[in-house]
Design a binder for this molecule. Sequence first.
Ligand code: CP
Length: 302
Amino acid sequence: PQHLIGLHDMPAARMTALLERAQYFAEGHDARQALAGIAICTLFFEPSTRTRLSFQLAAQRLGADVLNFDASTSSTSKGETALDTLRTIEAMGVRGFVVRHKEDGAVAALAAAAAPGTAVVNAGDGRSAHPTQGLLDMLTLRQAKGPDFSGLKVLVVGDVKHSRVARSDLHALRALGAGEIRVCGPRALLPDDGTLAGCAVSGDLDAALAGVDAVMMLRLQRERMEDGLVDSLEDYHRDYGLTVARLARAAPDAIVMHPGPMNRGVEITDEVADGPQSRVLRQVGNGVAVRMAVLEALLGAR
Ligand code: CP
């Protein structure tokens, strides 16, 4: 495929091949010339720390020329559309675009309008998809638990409704054959659009944690939320915050993941976020490796 928009249509074999290549990069190998002479632009219409910087580093490690577009300091502020922006940068010879946008489907629309030789990677659109986050989460799980997911119990907790990360994680977990996928959160933050198909859904975090091998916490996305969905942050923390005491209900070697940025003291306590079971910073490091694998697959050997 020319683009990476989501994981919903990615065959398991392709996902596994990308994860194996990412593992090779995570072990310190490189491919310094893979994208030599190719220009890539990170085109972000929403804020980012991890995704943007790790894509930049990934592209540099593959030998690409990297441009960084920041909507807030660009001609977008004069009314230029996202499509005109893409076409303008394409006209400079850029062939890879890493795009984040607040609207569902905006990245797919740009990909559909891009020139035939251009590759577009979704770096997060609206609530829809964040495919490289899904892949880096699967790499983190594989490193901790091995490549066979069939015996794994994985729990996703929190604001699934507004989470593109959760949607991509759930697609990936299903594709890779996770043994049991549990989802827990307040009813108002659980989607009823088919996202949770095949998942065991619960509103009781203490029960949902019992015996799980991995806990994937989600950020409470207050910027995407209508008023009233959550009573108060204190109530949310009481019912859905991951504490050391709660985590003790999971398997003893369970890992804790969070895509970041974290609301410390809301969905996760400092003790858990910084504790021995946390893989939060491993996830960040894996982001570089996964993004190297994705950029190489889409833009290498042309
Ligand atoms: N996980 C994630 O997408 O983080 P950023 O918003 O910082 O890129």
